[in-house]
Ligand binder design. Structure first.
Ligand SMILES: [Zn+2]
Ligand SMILES: [Zn+2]
Length: 124
């Protein structure tokens, strides 16, 4: 492969952004451990790509720190569990003891807990 700008010279590497062949003179800089760049424009472009990737990784939680995510799921699961207990208790009150008001209150509490649990999990 020949250098893009110097046809008589052998390219020693390829620009990481625009894929031009580069001779020793034409390498503008080497970024991020062995990414040859031909110009300042390509340098900026590479930086943008890297920034975008970092941003996407943060946005979709593709990072090694999975702590908060797991916590959220656990909290959500706990809320749903409590909600189910309340709801079952409510059913019991209603059917076995005829305590309609207490039963409705208990079922309502259960419902609120389940909704909160679901919103916890959905947020993640
Ligand atoms: Zn380039
Ligand atoms: Zn050159």
């Amino acid at each position: 492969m020949q250098c893009f700008s110097h046809q008589d010279k052998q390219a020693i590497c390829i620009c990481n952004v625009c894929s031009k062949g580069l001779c020793k003179e034409c390498v503008y800089s080497i970024e991020n451990k062995g990414r040859p760049i031909c110009s300042n424009t390509c340098k900026k472009s590479l930086q943008q790509t890297l920034d975008l990737n970092t941003y996407a990784a943060k946005l979709y939680g593709i990072t090694k720190k999975a702590g908060p995510k797991k916590m959220g799921i656990r909290l959500g699961m706990l809320d749903i569990l409590i909600g189910i207990v309340f709801a079952v208790m409510g059913m019991y009150f209603l059917m076995q003891l005829n305590l309609t008001e207490v039963a409705l209150f208990s079922i309502l509490c259960g419902f609120i807990f389940i909704m909160r649990g679901l919103s916890f999990i959905k947020k993640i």
